[in-house]
Design a protein around this ligand. Structure first.
Ligand code: PEP
Ligand code: MN
Length: 361
């Protein structure tokens, strides 16, 4: 059993709970997080424990993810561990696109019914190319520029990214065109550097299980875009988000980017089935990255359409003014013109979904 304390719980309140459980012979372990959690081995949740001052939630097992699921709150403001999923219509069968409250990043809202799009090259390139890409994706309707300065390449001999110089180049290009900047960090030492340039810190698929990095990102004030791991279950993905949120950073954006299966015709298998599951279990906004899922530019448009229809809060797409010349992931990179068509599709599909939802069907 896990007892999650309120962020305002005092040391005295924590000590009272430890003492009460220890009296019953239960072994209590304090878990190291910004929000204190107590693991009580061999104990079962009971009403009296839940009612103790400072307690936010009592969960039957360690796999629970209370911080990424909008909890029901009772009149005392405590969470109800019996139903951590939203009950205000989320997961009730229709579009489910308004089931996230969303949050603000600069002037933009992410989730909460607003459609988000981050687009740009896989890796940061030279300043002129970055400016041209940023201008073109902004004109196509993107609100954020994506570009990796620290690249998690499968081979140590592949281009590893431009590092801090790349962040500065990408920042200048994004700022010149009124775009937010999304960029990946590979380890905790890169967080303070990236935070100087980047609006949204990305955790790549290969790093989703890096709990040290997740905890450190929980201590920053920058929103985090958390890609699903190549072989991560939805539970593991939500637990990774829980690491960030429980360490103090509530602004996490989930991103489905395809998982590894036996299929080789596409780079990964886009798991759109994850969307309604995540919708039901979490209030966090969820994006889809069709580029890394498909691996080939010919499939990006249809995967984008399907993602929007499945209720994605937005898309993350690799775009370049000269896709074949892209430094990395050229095969899956599309033109700004193709991005414009995808974003037109997205508007039409969302309007159609609204009409269906409002038509009482
Ligand atoms: C990326 O977005 O550039 C990237 C490396 O993606 P992923 O971590 O999903 O492979
Ligand atoms: Mn890429």
């Amino acid at each position: 059993m896990i007892i999650v304390m309120n962020s305002t719980a005092t040391e005295g309140q924590i000590a009272d709970i430890v003492e009460r459980l220890s009296r019953d012979g239960v072994r209590v372990q304090r878990l190291d997080a910004e929000r204190v959690a107590l693991a009580a081995t061999g104990a079962r949740p009971d009403d009296a424990l839940e009612a103790m001052p400072g307690v936010a939630a009592v969960l039957p097992d360690a796999g629970a993810t209370p911080m990424v699921a909008t909890p029901q709150r009772d009149h005392a403001g405590r969470t109800d561990p019996g139903d951590m999923a939203r009950t205000d219509g989320a997961g009730s069968g229709h579009g489910d696109r308004e089931s996230t409250a969303g949050f603000q990043v600069g002037e933009h809202r992410i989730g909460g019914g607003t459609f988000f799009c981050a687009a740009g090259p896989c890796s940061v390139e030279d300043p002129d190319t970055m400016h041209r890409i940023a201008g073109a994706v902004a004109a196509a309707g993107a609100v954020a520029l994506r570009a990796g300065a620290y690249k998690p390449r499968s081979s140590p001999y592949s281009f590893q990214g431009m590092g801090e110089d790349g962040l500065a180049v990408a920042h200048a290009a994004a700022e010149a065109h009124g775009l937010l900047l999304v960029s990946e960090v590979l380890d905790a030492t890169q967080i303070p550097i990236a935070a100087r340039y980047v609006d949204i810190l990305q955790v790549g698929a290969r790093n989703m299980f890096n709990t040290t990095l997740l905890r450190e990102l929980g201590r920053t004030h920058r929103p985090v875009l958390l890609k699903r791991g190549l072989a991560a279950t939805i539970d593991e993905w939500l637990s990774a988000a829980e690491y960030i949120v429980s360490a103090g950073n509530p602004r996490v954006i989930l991103c489905e980017r395809g998982i590894r299966t036996f299929e080789t015709a596409t780079r990964n298998t886009l798991d759109l089935g994850a969307l309604p599951v995540v919708r039901q279990r979490s209030h966090l906004p969820v994006l889809v990255d069709p580029s890394h899922a498909a691996g080939k530019r010919a499939y990006v448009r249809s995967m984008s359409r399907a993602a929007v229809a499945a209720g994605a809060d937005g898309l993350l797409i690799e775009v370049h003014v000269d896709p074949d010349a892209a430094t990395s992931d050229a095969a899956q990179t599309i033109t700004p013109h193709a991005l414009g068509r995808i974003l037109q599709d997205a508007r039409a599909i969302r309007n159609a979904l609204d009409a269906l939802d409002n038509g009482g069907r």
